[in-house]
Design a protein around this ligand. Sequence first.
Ligand SMILES: [Zn+2]
Length: 419
Amino acid sequence: MTKIKFTFIGPIRQAVTLANLPLKGALRDEQLQVIQGAGILIKNQEIFKIGPYEDLYPEALTVDAEMVYLTEDFVALPGFVDCHTHLCFAGSRANDFAMRNAGKSYLEIAKAGGGIWDTVTQTRNASLEALVEGTVKRANRHLFEGVTTIEVKSGYGLSLSEEIKMLHAIKQANSETAADLIPTCLAAHICPKDFEGSAKEYLETISNELFPILKSENLSNRIDAFIEDSAFSPDDIADYFQKAKDLGLDITVHADQFHVGGSEVAVAFGAISADHLEASTEREIALLANSNTIAVALPGASMGLGVAFTPARKLLDAGGALAIASDWNPGSAPMGDLLMQAAVLGTYEKLSNAELLAGITCRAAAALGLSDRGSIAVGKLADIIFFQTSDYKDITYHQGKLKPEMVWKKGSCVWKAKG
Ligand SMILES: [Zn+2]
């Protein structure tokens, strides 16, 4: 029998729980549950009780809880969830970035040996150990900045064996970091230029040979595809997504980044999320808002490429569900600072604190199909982050510069800024 361990944290100046918020539509800050002078009683890995510190204190004594007494002002939030990253990769694309900023075209960069194929080559050349090491390093940086759950995509292998290598690296990295890594198979990132056959034939090979291994080796239950002129067409992808659906795999889509088309496919296949959406028009916004597919904004990609943001305000006002993710990748979004990017998106798109914070907590958890996290509520995982301030509004006010002082993951403190 495992020993039951209780931990009691408090008093917390403000606990912003993100509990009981609707999944879809605009949110006002008044809808946020803010508990002043809160205490959180944790039982093993889960939140057992949350409420006023004074009310819970006697119970904490009764169960002989370990007392974590806070002598300074802290704001507690649920651990952040980054529902879209590519942080398993090798190499750097600093040259591409400099060339793009200097006004070079996509083609000129590709001719100079840059672009996504450069990352594919470097990732293929990297050992499993090197990939694991890089992934753990980035995941830990994210964790120490409050991101306790991180989706990580494959998609730089682009062959059966290399995609499997990436997914193995993500699985091993998950066991070496306290953050939870949620793996997604993005073998349909682009059609690899060394594949002899059509895009459809490539997808057929992948779905026939890789999908069964994903299941049997428990490597991923999520299938992603990049639907774009330079990658796969809606027609290319239809059979691939149908096969994924038939196997019970969740579908997510890189949609409407430069041209529309992807979000319509996402809605038609009941995708769990449609991500990017920078090019979405009123039509796609209405389609998404009337579906169960969560729209994911990726402000880090807009900032990396210097292009418009996802129409987050319009998506919310139309009644859509909006999550915000970093898209951390070596090409278009190398920064990987989720809170900073969400805060900047909030300024440009006029998002309330409630919309912004829900986008990186409860609504992002929903985009990963995870109901056990995303809010500070009874029965949820004790993934809790603490900012040293007396007012939660300071977090977006400082536009990402205010970082958590303490990060708790599954009931244990995994990061403390001060010793
Ligand atoms: Zn992406």
